[in-house]
Design a binder for this molecule. Sequence first.
Ligand SMILES: C=C(O[C@@H]1C=C(C(=O)O)C=C[C@H]1O)C(=O)O
Length: 479
Amino acid sequence: MSAAVPVIPFRASHLSTNERELQQFLLGLQEKSPRKYKTQIVSFSLQLDPIDPLSVLAAIARSDRTHFYWENAAREEAILGFEVAKSFSINSGDRFAKSQKFIEECLDRTVRIGDLCLPGSGPYLFCSFTFFESQQNDPSPFPRATVILPSYQIVRQKQNCTLVINLAIDCDTELQDLLRAIQNKIKAFIQSANNLAPNRSSDRNQVIKQEVTFQSLENFRSSVASALKSIQEKQFSKIVLAHALDVTSDAPFQVVESLNNLRQTYPDCYVFSLANGRGHHFIGASPERLLSVRDGELITDALAGSAPRGKNAIEDDRFAKKLLRSEKEKREHKAVTEFIAERLSQLGLKPQRSPLKLLKLSNIQHLWTPIYAKLPSNIHPLEIVAKLHPTPAVAGVPTEIACEQIRQYESFNRGLYAAPIGWINYQGNGEFIVGIRSASIEKKRARLYAGAGIVSGSDPDKEMAEIQLKFQALLKALL
Ligand SMILES: C=C(O[C@@H]1C=C(C(=O)O)C=C[C@H]1O)C(=O)O
């Protein structure tokens, strides 16, 4: 559907002055509504004075409100979507193809108005998928596939902010009431979104830390030892085993404060939060990009092989050199690069690998190979997600056997841990990360996840130290 352009209040602060024109436009749309769809969507992009989307989240967050938050502090990019204009979720098979169909249909029924030259303008659809297509243990609070077109979306790119309002309109929609309600809501969240303080209450930190014991990690160590035996017997060559750490606090966890901590400590990671509107959150700071598509350029990261950061530059350099030279770590890493390159080639793409480098985060460093490819417009980002997930960075080699074994070894449901989470916009650009370094949160309870890749030559004690390091970093951010 082509984008019609009415008289437009391009700035959110001027919305009320142009209310009548906007209402006329929507009325015309309502009257001429094509019969193909009962409900049409109007996606309205406006310039917003610079605002921190996390402070808007602080202002609007409520346990019954769905949201999607995404930030890469180093790139000075943040995206917030909240409330639901249109959504799709399934718990059955073929989830990537069905999600793609929903997105295509949703965009087909959307009329885009406003200033579409603004960065981050037009509708974005937010997606999450569980690690496994079928869940065995307790059901996850997040379905196996969820796609949401939010009612409100704020995108910040450096100092530019864009507000997108997505309105679902059918012949019964009372336009005047709808427009008034929107204006009141926008006024309210802009007014109450103050800058966030740079955080941290050390008392709370104490409370949580005291309750956490790492005893259960013994099970992790014995799983690693047993997996190593199977690797020796050549049942598989790599497996990524994870552990879930349950933490309770005497007060509800503060999601926005935790996100604020995460973005300050991990500016190079993707900080994210998903709220399902029923009190469950999934948050984290992931260093691993499953894919990024911008104007026909695809980037995906092979990230596997780890070492701690040193206490000073000399020690750090020693750890880095050891990591870059380690045959075992390089084997673990190669399993991922080869898998990604092969899967992209199966889609007819020509992947180009960058030379091996290090990704240094504040607590850990990883072997990292960015992989690039030109992406023709007939390949949807979700087709790539379907092809790549799960990579050997979070599952193993061969994939199917590793996944079967993961189910045997891990007594918890992975849910969204290590699973694809991301967004796709109307231009076909999008980004997905792998949901690692993450926690699911419900009121006073949090479940933290951490995993490590096991190959021949892995040492159970070192793998245990690696996941302990990952847990400690997350615990610190949760306050
Ligand atoms: C599985 C996780 O991380 C993965 C495992 C890594 C490793 O074992 O070296 C490194 C990066 C990630 O691909 C996790 O953090 O939970």
